[in-house]
Ligand binder design. Structure first.
Ligand code: PLZ
Length: 432
């Protein structure tokens, strides 16, 4: 193992700095040459353990055989026709799978796009078209993307919004359920009523086209709302004809130990946005939902040159095949249980590791100062830096930047996860 980044990666980094815009950040500047099974091999020959999955994307691995084979076959057959010009089976296959796997047994339809942000934008377009209303409700700590509309929907200013306004209007923000940071004990239903009160008084239920929510906050720090929060919002949105959109771009496709995070509480959204894990690393995103809502849009109102690209669709069919074949729902739960054990052992020695939370293989720890409350992003930075130097890829999150999050590939063997957490544990000791 060389130092990280090693000399070869450092030389490549200089070239990157010359040619790539500075606004595109890098968490860990090693240049990857091969990856799979939870390991990234860099240009210096180092093997790094991956606890990030490229931000929850490579759930089935970075080169799952089911994905690689189908991608190669599809690329050799044809790479593009544009589905809006002449259709092909792969697109329809993915929509059929989405109808089967997403929550609820109602009639569903889907439309495919290239990125999560694009899926969220289109969910809003569809909800507006269906309801004839314009207002959009989102939550504190939300992350929905970097396009103009989704920047408006994203909560955190730096780095996502600073200097990029003016933002889209008719986006309203409500308080979320954040159990660790509530001033007093509050149930999920009470937290939902607090949000409903804000929306009812400041926007008016009858003006809302949709309410868009991540069932577990992603970039916001893996905050799991108190039980009953989502169910109460479901009830209220239904009562007022507001389209409930679950943004499962980060939580979806086995990550949380269910096919979708909404499944955990049996909440059935009207629309669901997916991307990331769905296509094993190729760019593909979807909006799936009630057929009558999806069909509200006029012909030609939805689309895009590359949306549902045949190679990306082949990857998704392969990734979903791998998820079923290897029972990745169960794997996510097993990895989650092991991560929780390891994190609780760390928290016993380090009280700053104050809130261990998440579900399945989407686990995090929120780190605070001696008062048990003040966010400690500096400690998170030093724990991360230690992990990176020792060859473990970790990610941070949270509005206050004080959350360490763990998103191992679901294909990762348990001994490798343990090896990585030995280093995470050592990082806490070294930075105490
Ligand atoms: N909705 C819930 O998690 C993407 C973004 C990282 P795109 N999250 C990672 C970064 O810094 O850009 C995400 C998400 C949720 C929407 C998105 C947006 O998905 O594919 O990045 O557009």
């Amino acid at each position: 193992m060389t130092e990280v980044p090693g000399p070869v990666s450092r030389a490549k980094l200089a070239r990157r700095q010359q040619h790539v815009a500075a606004g595109v950040g890098t968490t860990l500047p090693v240049f990857v040459e091969a990856a799979g099974g939870g390991v990234l091999v860099d240009a210096d020959g180092n093997s790094l353990i991956d606890l990030g999955s490229g931000i929850a994307v490579t759930s089935v691995g970075n080169a799952a055989p089911e994905v690689a084979r189908r991608v190669a076959e599809q690329a050799a057959a044809f790479t593009h026709t544009c589905f809006m010009v002449t259709p092909y089976d792969g697109y329809v296959d993915v929509c059929e799978q989405l109808a089967e796997l997403t929550p609820g047994d109602h009639a569903k339809k889907s439309a495919l796009f290239n990125s999560g942000a694009e899926a969220v934008e289109n969910a809003v377009k569809i909800a507006r078209s269906h309801t004839g209303r314009s207002a959009v409700a989102v939550f504190d700590h939300a992350y929905h993307g970097r396009t103009n509309l989704t920047m408006a929907m994203t909560a955190k200013n730096m780095p996502y919004k600073q200097g990029f306004g003016p933002f889209a209007n008719e986006v309203y923000r409500a308080p979320v359920s954040y159990p660790f940071r509530e001033p007093a004990e509050i149930t999920g239903a009470e937290a939902a009523d607090r949000a409903i009160d804000v929306l009812d008084k400041q926007v008016g239920a009858g003006n809302l086209a949709c309410l868009v929510i991540e069932p577990i906050l992603g970039e916001g720090g893996f905050v799991v709302p108190a039980e009953g929060f989502l169910a109460r919002l479901r009830e209220w949105t239904q009562e007022h004809g507001i389209v409930l959109v679950a943004d499962e771009i980060q939580t979806g496709f086995c990550r949380t130990g269910d096919w979708f995070a909404c499944d955990h509480e049996g909440v059935v959204p009207d629309l669901i946005t997916t991307a990331k894990g769905m296509a094993g690393g190729l760019p593909l995103a979807a909006v799936t939902g009630r057929a009558e809502i999806m069909d509200a849009v006029h012909v030609g109102g939805l689309g895009g040159t590359y949306g549902g690209n045949p190679v990306a669709c082949a990857a998704a069919v392969g990734a979903i095949e791998a998820m079923r074949k290897h029972d990745l729902v169960k794997r996510a739960r097993e990895l989650g249980t092991r991560m929780q054990e390891r994190l609780h052992a760390i928290a016993e020695r380090h009280p700053g590791a104050a809130d261990i939370r998440g579900r399945g293989a989407m686990m995090a720890v929120e780190i605070v100062g001696a008062d048990g409350r003040t966010p400690d992003p500096v400690r998170v930075g030093s724990v991360s830096a230690h992990c990176h130097a020792r060859g473990v890829v970790t990610l941070t999150a949270g509005t206050y930047g004080n959350v360490l999050r763990f998103l191992p590939p679901l294909a990762m063997p348990e001994h490798l996860l343990d090896e990585a957490f030995d280093i995470v544990s050592e990082a806490f000791d070294a930075t105490a």
